[in-house]
Design a protein around this ligand. Sequence first.
Ligand code: GSH
Length: 343
Amino acid sequence: MKKSVFMGTLAAAGLVATGAMAQDAGSSTLAAVKDHGALKCGVNPGTPGFAAPDASGVWKGFDVDLCRAVAAAIFGDPEKVEYTPLTSAVRFTALSSGEVDMLARNTTWTFSRDVDLKAEFTGVNYYDGQGFMIPKDLGVSSAKELEGATVCIETGTTTELNLADYFRTNGMDYEPVPVESFTEAQNQFLAGACDVYTTDASALAASRASFENPSDYVVLPEIISKEPLGPLVRHGDSEWGDVVRWTLNAMVSAEELGVTSANAAEMAAGTDNPEINRLLGVEGELGAMLGLPNDWAFNVITMVGNYGETFEANIGESTPVGLARGLNALWTEGGLIYSPPFR
Ligand SMILES: N[C@@H](CCC(=O)N[C@@H](CS)C(=O)NCC(=O)O)C(=O)O
């Protein structure tokens, strides 16, 4: 009897030790980020509204806000981010090599990126689709009339693959004009080096808004693909994936629950809604389960805002980018934005 109690105690001790080791190994990115004192976030080099440095060199945008939110969750400080601007072609290598801890960079969640490139997508922060922009005087009103067009297309993107599929499906030819960056694509397009610029519709809107005469350009009605854009981390560190995933979920749940940057402090005094209380860390221990302080989501919401707040501030209808919520409305409003529950 005594022996089995002793063995049981040893086994329990062994289990605790094994569990602790597993946790240390698994959460190595979170530990490394904490040690480093800042989050290394890979972003788009410059798509207005999504990620771009302002006149003072401060990174701003809807994707940048995800980096800021993760830093707020970990450090209680959204400024603790080091930004690495990454072109389409180099973004996955930067993530897999450890140059960055996460990507928040208009990246489409696809089978091969998830399974073959071994990226772990931790949610969708913008449901997009690929569109076409042309100069108005090209006189075309549908993508189906683009037979023989020259098309500016960025290498290393889903865009170039969808373009090939679309023209093949519709029995049309085109001439690709490969470009390395968003800026090069815009310059070539504005200089007339290509008839058409194709990319994610959100980036087309951002691009058109930055033109001197936006009304000289039209975005055609066809959306030819699904581009679920979201943050991603490396395979193999699920605890780190959880931190990024639940930071985005906290922003979404906050919008759904009516918690904003303006009222979160008042709500943190305690409400009659237990899910709000758990989200804000005044009930339960959800933060500790993530290896974070219990007010992690409170910090995200007060320092960065809920999903709707950051959408409206950076890319919403009152901004130059001017995007309607559309598919990116909450599921309760007819959209696809949905967070699993906070319990
Ligand atoms: N969502 C697509 C396209 C994303 C993408 O990288 N788009 C280009 C064209 S707008 C871009 O953002 N380029 C920025 C740059 O390289 O400067 C993907 O994941 O492949």
